[in-house]
Design a protein around this ligand. Sequence first.
Ligand code: NAP
Ligand code: G4F
Length: 325
Amino acid sequence: MSQKKIVLITGITGQDGSYLADFLLSKDYEVHGMIRRSSTERYERIEHLKGKVELHQADLLDQHSITNLVDRLRPDELYNLAAQSFVPTSWDQPLLTAEYTALGVTRILEAIRLLKPDTKFYQASSSEMFGKVKIYPQNEDTPFYPRSPYGVSKVYGHWITVNYRESYDLFACSGILFNHESKRRGIEFVTRKITLAAAKAKLDPSRKLKLGNLEARRDWGFAGDYVRAMWMMLQQEKADDYVIATGVMHTVQDVAELAYAHVGLDWKDHVVVDQGLFRPAEVDQLMGDASKAKKELGWEPEVSFEELIRTMVDADLERVKAEKK
Ligand code: NAP
Ligand code: G4F
């Protein structure tokens, strides 16, 4: 029988899921990933993990599929990273977002509660829960004021995690993670949208990029650093909630300046503001205070904002050059 710890990751095909799988394999876990059925099986981010992780079909919408999976695997740890995670889509598909991002969490918690109550559970909560903030920086005690159906759904996911911990004594943690990016970030999110556009502009300087609110401020870190924090939370004696952030804030314009400068271009020659990309309700600025995680988990971010954006541009340059060939 395997002596390895068994882990189940929902959302393994996403940015964080792929980094977490890499990390847990390096810690010698037996890694299982939950994937939803699709007519085209394109798992770009975990291509390199073929043969190293086991994939299982189940869906956040389907209680039986989740229950059966937990029953079959009996995981030591379960990281719930799956969600409808793109904020603008949450206004177009508010009910679906709530089903995945809010109720999906309860479906997983119910499966754990009924079948394997000693499974350690991680919920991917978000700084979007803080929304319209008045207090800087935000920590675990800052009140929530979500500004999108996504943010509202994450508040539900956060509180149901706390509630199952308090009601049933489950080892359930909520990581309140601020924005984190990487070369595996989805191309619709603003950092990657910009780094990809800058890389393309390097090859074709006539290319323009449409962006929304350039003044929005975020606390951007590196996804690889943030998945380490998720794991650290589940290795503690006691389950708790932690803010994970760098404590440094930049504007969307800063990202554009840095990315275009890295390929020798001036962002002003390329970026066009499109009012259609502004959100019905914006989160103007977010900046986290990760003191608790630093003190209790010993977690520290290792990659700076500048290094992160430059690495993303370099990776996109490689990609567009390869595609051109
Ligand atoms: P992502 O790249 O968008 O990945 C989302 C994952 O969820 C994908 O693997 C997706 O599968 C899966 N998924 C979506 N709906 C599903 C369903 N109905 N059933 C099963 N799987 C489903 O997101 P991420 O950036 O890695 O973020 C991971 C988690 O952290 C998300 O919950 C997100 O909301 C949260 N979060 C992210 C950040 C951040 O800055 N990245 C910050 C705070 C919190 P497909 O590949 O099939 O689409
Ligand atoms: O990159 P974004 O789409 O990320 P957002 O909305 O902050 O959400 C991300 O981080 C959350 C953590 O706080 C996660 F929970 C969530 O799942 C996701 O990963 O937008 C960042 C900012 C926004 O203020 C947006 O208005 O960039 C601004 N922005 C300006 N122009 C744009 C654009 N965002 C996008 N996606 N596309 C634009 O053209």
